[in-house]
Design a protein around this ligand. Structure first.
Ligand SMILES: Cc1cc2nc3c(=O)[nH]c(=O)nc-3n(C[C@H](O)[C@H](O)[C@H](O)COP(=O)(O)OP(=O)(O)OC[C@H]3O[C@@H](n4cnc5c(N)ncnc54)[C@H](O)[C@@H]3O)c2cc1C
Length: 443
């Protein structure tokens, strides 16, 4: 019998364990994969940590505070350029007017794009302070990002859709203009210091949390299949153990935390209708990412070091991001975000050929890097990011509310923001909720 069973060893689950065991609770954490960290996944590519899931720590958020508390080595993301790949050509510049001028577009398209960039830039400065949306800025205005671009020439719409989708995951029609354009414009204005990167990769934060655990029992390869409440109100978890050919095990706990992507929850437990309806309001689309490490030591490739964000119209992915521009050590890494590509199950099979296809797509964006790729990795996610839709925003109270006071819900899906910062904030919230319940319980 445990005080708390945590399902999921991603940011929300690990931070919950970290908080709860320090108050003396008997905690068990069950993770279906053979590793911890969830969507904060960093892989080693040619000796470099490359993020295949979460990339940025946002300044001043719960993930930033936690990273500082855990002594994670951070540096600000400091872009100096903006880039666009369209009609088979890539243009990167420090100056947006110069960029637009050099793009292989018609005069009409160039004028439309220039006007859009000017408006997005001035709105960014009007709506943000130190990179954060002003508190008075409505998070979800009536106007969608799509409504801002639908009058523009088709080739410009394709560029902007890729740029917005690459930064915000959702299609512009699903995003408020305020939210989507603030993200997009942050790259246009080369926003500095608001995004921070962990030098050892984003997984370093959950890894440090796991290393700090002392009494929590952590079980990898343990997939929780179902949970149900017994007559005494305790939760019984049925678990399949992957490393033992799916052999079963069960355990009981007073409290359970569902720290897994929202779409998986309803399949595991019978919930009241209000909770099922709230979970149905969460959209967590899939996404595919390619990470490459390249040799740019040749003098003619020096400019590639400064590439930071390139919107890629007409490619398998939407944007290419270099999280550490200007490193000047002869190598660079690029992560290609395929949010519009969605979940491509076979991409996770190394023999499928998807990796090779995506590398070719990357080389269409950067033909000068042919023969310079030192290593690459691809990852496809079935559930990438819990979108900040108005529907989810209005379901938040029901998403966060426990069932029967003992079944708790914490993850990016139940947070006000999404992202790892949302997951870490939610871990704090449910930990307090559980401690309060345990301190007043009659057990
Ligand atoms: C491509 C991409 C880019 C992103 N970029 C950023 C970014 O720049 N900054 C940022 O802050 N966030 C970013 N995110 C989002 C961030 O990764 C997530 O919001 C965060 O990881 C959510 O944490 P979580 O603990 O709620 O869920 P997860 O990280 O998904 O962890 C859930 C864990 O539960 C496990 N699990 C699932 N089902 C079961 C089961 N039945 N039994 C046992 N275990 C189970 C999973 O294996 C997983 O380890 C990005 C995500 C992706 C995919």
């Amino acid at each position: 019998m445990y005080d708390v069973a945590i399902i999921g060893g991603g940011p929300a689950g690990l931070a919950s364990a970290y908080n709860l065991e320090r108050t003396g609770q008997k905690v068990v954490l069950l993770e279906e994969a053979g590793r911890l960290g969830g969507r904060a996944k960093t892989v080693n590519v040619h000796g470099e940590p490359v993020n295949m899931g979460a990339m940025f720590v946002y300044a001043g958020t719960a993930s930033h505070e936690l990273a500082a508390e855990l002594g994670i080595n951070l540096e600000p993301f400091e872009p100096t350029t903006f880039g666009i790949h369209v009609n088979g050509e890539t243009v990167v510049s420090t100056d947006n007017d110069d960029l637009v001028e050099r793009l292989p577009l018609t005069e009409e398209s160039r004028n439309g794009l220039r006007a859009f960039i000017d408006r997005a830039t001035s709105e960014y400065y009007a709506n943000t302070v130190n990179g954060q949306l002003r508190p008075a800025t409505p998070g979800f205005g009536e106007e969608s990002a799509q409504s801002r671009i639908s009058d523009l020439p088709q080739e410009v719409q394709e560029i902007l859709t890729a740029a917005i989708r690459g930064g915000s995951v959702a299609h512009p029609s699903e995003l408020s203009a305020t939210y989507a354009l603030r993200y997009f414009a942050s790259y246009l204005v080369k926003e500095k210091k608001n995004r921070v990167v962990s030098i050892m990769g984003m997984e370093a934060i959950p890894t440090a949390l796991a290393d700090a655990l002392q009494s929590t029992e952590v079980h990898l390869n343990h997939r929780v299949e179902t949970i149900h409440q017994d007559d005494e109100g305790q939760w019984n978890l049925q678990i399949a153990i992957e490393s033992e050919g799916g052999a079963g095990r069960s355990l009981t706990a007073r409290h359970v935390i569902m720290a897994i992507p929202a779409p998986r929850i309803s399949t595991m437990v019978k919930l009241p209708d209000w909770k099922t309806a709230a979970l149905d309001a969460v959209q967590t689309p899939g996404s595919t990412e390619l990470g490459v490490v390249v040799d740019i030591s040749a003098p003619e490739l020096a400019a590639v070091d400064d590439w930071s964000f390139i919107a890629t119209a007409g490619r398998a992915f939407d944007v290419v991001i270099n999280p550490r521009p200007g490193r000047k050590d002869g190598t660079a890494q690029f992560v290609c975000y395929g949010n519009s590509a969605g979940y491509i199950e076979e991409a996770n099979d190394p023999t499928s050929g998807v990796l090779e296809h995506w590398i070719e797509e990357f080389l269409k964006v950067a033909p000068q890097l042919r023969g310079r790729i030192l290593g690459a990795s691809i990852q496809s996610w079935q559930h990438c990011f819990s979108l900040l839709t108005p529907t989810r925003a209005s379901a938040l109270p029901q998403l966060q509310a426990p069932v029967d006071g003992t079944l708790h819900f914490a993850g990016d899906y139940s947070s006000e923001t999404a992202g790892t910062h949302g997951a870490y904030s939610e871990a704090h919230r449910v930990s307090r909720e559980i401690l309060l319940a345990l301190s007043t319980s009659t057990y």
